[in-house]
Design a protein around this ligand. Structure first.
Ligand SMILES: C[S@@+](CC[C@H](N)C(=O)[O-])C[C@H]1O[C@@H](n2cnc3c(N)ncnc32)[C@H](O)[C@@H]1O
Length: 265
């Protein structure tokens, strides 16, 4: 992950955005650079930062290598629509996730999976999402808290996700056994899917380390029902990490590995 960040505003109405940018700069301890009329490339050059946290009227985004990263419920929205139409979501099936369940998402990323899960567990459920990359955690936490303009069930599912900026191994080690029904991992694929454009901006910012055997062992201790991992269908990771049952759509390039946790072992 790249940590050199600077915060600035969009060019239009920058005077009105400066206060917000300064507030975030203080809260997240990221240096603030007044935008003036500089291009983002020039700001990057001038400050030596590789990533810019851009405050504009519509959203907060991270700009890195010419790619822009921001929270958007797009993918999850489609999946939730399909669930409402009675279709099967392979991730939910692999998790055997039920209304009222608790889920620890150890690799929150863009929070698409967490959002679908949050919709399924409903108001009585619990969703905690861990994200190791601080800029990603900031942007997603803010987006989940403030995104508007969608149906109430989607907005409420966003608001229920608790975001924690922490490495999952550290978080898991400090949890008592059997704390969550399901623990979920969706690490950056060892071999990236070429077509996954939603993941492209994340790739420069994310923690791309392989999932550790130790984290999986902790997850098995913490999960009452299941530990689930998403990976490329052909990935050797399922074997390396001892995931037993592989589920996924017949034609899907991704698959889900499952390990039965605490009470089901
Ligand atoms: C493939 S993305 C997850 C995508 C997510 N499932 C979604 O639906 O948007 C993987 C994310 O996990 C994060 N990550 C990787 N290792 C982590 C760790 N040890 N602890 C917490 N987060 C981690 C990465 O920074 C990245 O944002």
């Amino acid at each position: 992950m790249n940590d050199s960040l600077v915060i600035t505003t969009g060019i239009r109405s920058r005077k009105n955005l400066e206060e917000k940018a300064l507030e975030l700069s203080r809260e997240w301890k990221i240096p603030y650079q007044p935008r003036e009329k500089y291009s983002l490339d020039f700001i990057r050059e001038m400050t030596g930062a590789s990533t810019i946290l851009l405050v504009s009227h519509q959203k907060l985004s991270l700009v890195t290598n010419g790619k822009e990263f921001f929270f958007h419920p797009g993918l999850a929205k489609l999946r939730i629509k399909e669930l409402q139409a009675g279709k099967t979501d392979q991730m939910i099936k692999a998790m055997d996730l039920q209304e009222g369940d608790s889920l620890l998402d150890c690799t929150l990323g863009l929070a698409a999976d967490a959002l679908v899960a949050s919709y399924v567990v409903g108001t009585k459920g619990i969703i905690v999402g861990l994200e190791d990359a601080a800029p990603v955690a900031h942007i997603i936490a803010r987006g989940l808290r403030s995104y508007t303009g969608e149906k109430p069930e989607l907005i409420n599912a966003m608001r229920r996700i608790q975001v924690v900026n922490q490495h999952h191994l550290h978080y898991l080690r400090n949890l008592p056994s059997n704390t969550f029904d399901v623990v979920y991992f969706d690490p950056m694929f060892r071999v990236p899917k070429v077509k996954s454009s939603s993941m492209a901006p994340l790739r420069d910012l994310a923690n791309s380390s392989p999932l550790s055997i130790e984290a999986v062992a902790e997850a098995v201790r913490v999960a009452r029902k299941r530990v689930v991992m998403k990976e490329n269908r052909e990935s050797q990771e399922f074997q390396r990490l001892n995931f037993q049952l592989i589920q996924g759509g017949r034609y899907s390039p991704v698959a889900y590995g499952v390990i039965k946790g605490g009470v089901l072992k």
